[in-house]
Design a protein around this ligand. Structure first.
Ligand code: C2E
Ligand code: CA
Ligand code: CA
Length: 394
């Protein structure tokens, strides 16, 4: 048997960028030196460019022998590398393919080792993985989705569904939340939980989010024109979109194009998006607030902030996460927490919307606790614009 190992230094690019190229070169030299010292006599090391190395082990008996070699390599990097007065702990992500089971050409073996290496990087820095079909399939699936996502925007494959937001006391529709769907040509309707994380990774979420914002506000204009002039529209913002410099310009522009009153547009953010970089978040939120749009905290209660902390931010509404509503009738803790959120929010002058209301009992309980704004399957799932019109706007 032959084993092909692909090795990639974690964080090398960061080190190189922050400490300089000459530093990076010294580091790579030391890495190469330690590698040659660590591999067994039946091994060959070569640099693959950048911070990637390939190690070929000839005449290996079995996987255990490869694992022992990996252990030896890792041991060689247990001590930090000293360059000038910097101490660097190096971790490697390693991917392994075996001849003959993972391919019979050099090209195939290298490609599969590379795939396994990327898997190691994704799972946890500083680990190793043998190539197997599952890893291969997952990567291929991701690449397929990525390519398809690129084209989805151009081909107009995204669509928005709208979920009603209801004022339970007078049984009135006061708003809708826009929720994106991807109409995949082969796979049908793909839910956002599948492709939003992918779009975040590739940066595609920014143009997609831009599309959502424009589509939703133009739709709202149509509904206002039909006579439902109080209706509000809630739009979800992704982290990347929120942290991108010109969000407020896009918002300003679409409001100008449609003439929608700014306070009819609600932008939803999660606590975690705000906590990632609070200074940036405050400045972005202030810019949006200056335009007059409303900012809502989505999935409230699941993140790492507290209500008193949120007081520093210019928000108008809290959306209580649906996991609290789910057990509100039976779980004492969830009920107590929801009570506290509602009371504190009201004291701070915030609106509260309960998400994920599925039964009349949950709705009645919430009303008894002074929370009358709700959203959930009990009223309606997210539905296409046409259906919203026929069911709610007549
Ligand atoms: P979210 O913002 O918390 O949206 C609410 C999700 O809860 C929706 O799932 C909705 O279908 C679901 N839901 C509504 N009522 C109920 C209920 O009574 N019970 C239960 N179990 N679920 C209910 P959906 O549409 O699949 O969206 C999932 C997530 O994807 C959203 O969570 C949001 O984080 C993200 N997302 C959706 N559209 C967009 C978008 O345009 N941009 C961005 N950045 N994210 C989006
Ligand atoms: Ca939301
Ligand atoms: Ca939510």
């Amino acid at each position: 048997k032959v084993a092909v190992l692909f090795l990639d230094l974690d964080r090398f690019k960061l080190v190189n960028d922050t400490l300089g190229h000459s530093f990076g070169d010294l580091l790579l030299k030391e890495v190469a030196h330690r590698l040659s010292g660590a591999i067994p006599v039946n091994g060959i090391v070569s640099r693959q460019g950048g911070d990637e190395f390939m190690i070929i082990l000839l005449d290996v008996k079995n996987r255990n022998e490869v694992i022992r070699a990996v252990a030896k390599i890792n041991k060689a990097f247990a001590k930090p590398i000293l360059i000038e007065d910097h101490e660097l702990f190096i971790k490697n992500s390693i991917g392994i393919s075996m001849f003959p089971e993972d391919g019979d050409t050099a090209e195939q073996l290298i490609k599969n080792a590379d795939t396994a290496m990327y898997h190691s990087k994704e799972v946890a820095g500083g680990s190793y993985h043998f190539y197997d079909e599952k890893i291969g399939k997952r990567t291929i699936q991701n690449v397929k989705y990525e390519n398809a996502l690129y084209r989805a925007l151009e081909r107009d494959e995204f669509t928005l569904y709208y979920q009603p937001q209801i004022d339970y006391c007078n049984n009135r529709l006061f708003g809708v939340e826009a929720l994106i769907r991807w109409n995949h040509p082969e796979e049908g309707l793909v839910p956002p939980d599948i492709f939003i994380p992918l779009a975040e990774q590739t940066g595609l979420i920014v143009p997609i989010g831009e599309w959502v914002l424009r589509e939703a506000v133009f739709q709202l204009e149509k509904w206002h024109d039909l006579g439902f002039t109080d209706l509000i529209m809630a739009v979800n913002l992704s982290a990347a979109q929120f942290e991108q410099g010109n969000l407020h310009r896009s918002v300003k522009q679409v409001l100008a194009e449609t003439g929608i009153r700014p306070d009819h547009l609600h932008l939803e953010l999660t606590e975690n998006q705000i906590m990632r970089n609070t200074d940036l978040a405050i400045s972005t939120m202030n810019k949006l607030k200056e335009l007059g749009v409303q900012l809502d905290i989505d999935d409230f209660g699941t993140g790492y902030s507290s209500l008193s902390y949120l007081q520093r931010f210019p928000i108008s509404t809290l959306k209580i996460d649906r996991t609290f509503i789910r057990d509100i009738l039976h779980d004492e803790d969830d009920r107590a927490l929801t009570d506290t959120i509602i009371t504190m929010a009201k004291n701070m002058g915030l609106e509260v919307i309960a998400e994920g209301v599925e039964t009349v009992e949950q709705a009645d309980h919430l009303v008894s606790r002074n929370c009358t704004l709700m959203q959930g399957y009990y009223f309606s799932p997210p539905i296409p614009a046409r259906k919203l019109e026929s069911d709610f706007l007549t």
